[in-house]
Design a protein around this ligand. Structure first.
Ligand SMILES: NC(=O)c1ccc[n+]([C@@H]2O[C@H](COP(=O)([O-])OP(=O)(O)OC[C@H]3O[C@@H](n4cnc5c(N)ncnc54)[C@H](OP(=O)(O)O)[C@@H]3O)[C@@H](O)[C@H]2O)c1
Length: 330
């Protein structure tokens, strides 16, 4: 797949996202109402808002115990999800993905409480209008989308909170079917700044117009990690990723003030609601049809290959190795 610049800046990204909604593509399938998660435990990040909140409601409706790992909205968002789903099996756990000590604290909490996770959904995301540093000095989108997700997933795998014997010191087999890890990425990964292994992880400065290139870069790094993780898990845990298409969420909260009214209007009229847009998240988390399959990437509900640079074996191994250094930073 060749690079396009269609998601290269906030204006073209908005237009491309809308155009994608009208293209007819082959669907992977449709999730039936009886595909439930009774008895299963799901952790979902960024579940106090937008896509994550909508997905949390549906997961709870489908019988799962839902742990909403969030940095804000505690406890109000959990109460909203409880009310909207009619389920009492909804909890909130604090995590700030811009600080690796908070990510480690989240893993420790789950470990201390012996919580085995059947589904992990890495949904949290952000688009600031200028560069900001995380607690460990990474550019914020790179730090949240790539480094923190890697740190969280690795913590869950090493502790065996997600059952596996590839990473866990005392390897555990999954209870019945294989656990699933689902990453919310973006088609913007195709037009993001390419991965340069020399400068990978270096802090970058940008303004609002250039934010999409760094957003796409951070999602490309994430998907490169996802490709490598899929291989290293040897099918013990199923790993999937997706782009939900344009969502009428709070993602543009960092947009400059003068853009917000126009963007808010466009998003409200033309973007999909979080509930509609959560379809691929829920399909990858719940569908029986993909049981035993790993490494699916969906754009909306259509299978696609991840960008070729992200899946290049030499690149993904190097991204993995650099990521191992990054997640250990204090
Ligand atoms: N909206 C779109 O058009 C679109 C398109 C493609 C992909 N996506 C992806 O979809 C995912 C969900 O985004 P959304 O559209 O639902 O946006 P949203 O409404 O802004 O939700 C993003 C969530 O991520 C959380 N988050 C951000 N930074 C965090 C941090 N440091 N620690 C913990 N949580 C953090 C937010 O928490 P706070 O509320 O505390 O900030 C919020 O809960 C993201 O990964 C995004 O990249 C969105």
């Amino acid at each position: 797949m060749t690079d396009t610049n269609s998601y290269g800046n906030p204006v073209t990204a908005t237009l491309s996202g809308i155009a994608d909604l009208f293209r007819k593509k082959e669907r992977i399938g449709t999730l039936a109402d009886n595909e439930r998660l009774d008895g299963k435990t799901c952790l979902i990040t960024g579940a106090n808002s937008g896509l994550g909140k909508a997905a949390a409601i549906e997961l709870a409706k489908r019988g799962a115990r839902v742990i909403m790992a969030c940095r804000s909205g505690i406890p109000a968002a959990g109460e909203d999800v409880r009310q909207a789903s009619g389920s009492e099996r909804v909890e909130m756990l604090h995590v700030d993905l811009s600080d690796l000590s908070s990510v480690r604290g989240c893993v420790e909490y789950l470990d201390q409480h012996g919580i085995t996770l059947d589904r992990v959904i890495l949904n949290a995301g952000i688009v600031p209008n200028k560069d900001v540093a995380t607690a460990q000095g990474f550019e914020l989108m790179f730090g949240v989308h790539f480094v923190a997700n890697m740190a969280l997933v690795q913590g869950l795998l090493e502790t065996g909170l997600v059952a596996n014997s590839a990473f866990a010191a005392q390897g555990k087999a999954a209870r019945d079917e294989r656990p699933r890890i689902v990453f919310v990425a973006s088609e913007a990964h195709r037009s993001g700044t390419p991965i340069d292994l020399e400068s990978f992880g270096d802090y970058v400065e940008y303004n609002a117009m250039a934010s999409m290139a760094q957003y796409g870069h951070s999602k490309r790094a994430l998907l490169s990690y996802v490709a490598e993780l899929t291989e290293r898990l040897h099918g013990q845990v199923d790993v999937h990723a997706l782009c939900p298409g344009p969502v009428d969420s709070n993602i543009a909260r960092g947009a400059p003030g003068w853009v917000k009214p126009v963007l808010g209007f466009v998003m409200g009229k033309l973007f999909r609601s979080p509930a509609e847009a959560s379809e691929p998240v829920l399909f990858l988390a719940c569908a029986h049809a993909i049981e035993g399959e790993t490494g699916i990437y969906l754009h909306l509900m259509t299978r696609k290959p991840i960008h070729e640079q992200a899946t290049d074996p030499a690149v993904r191994r190097a991204v993995w190795a650099k990521g191992q250094e990054f997640i250990r930073r204090d």
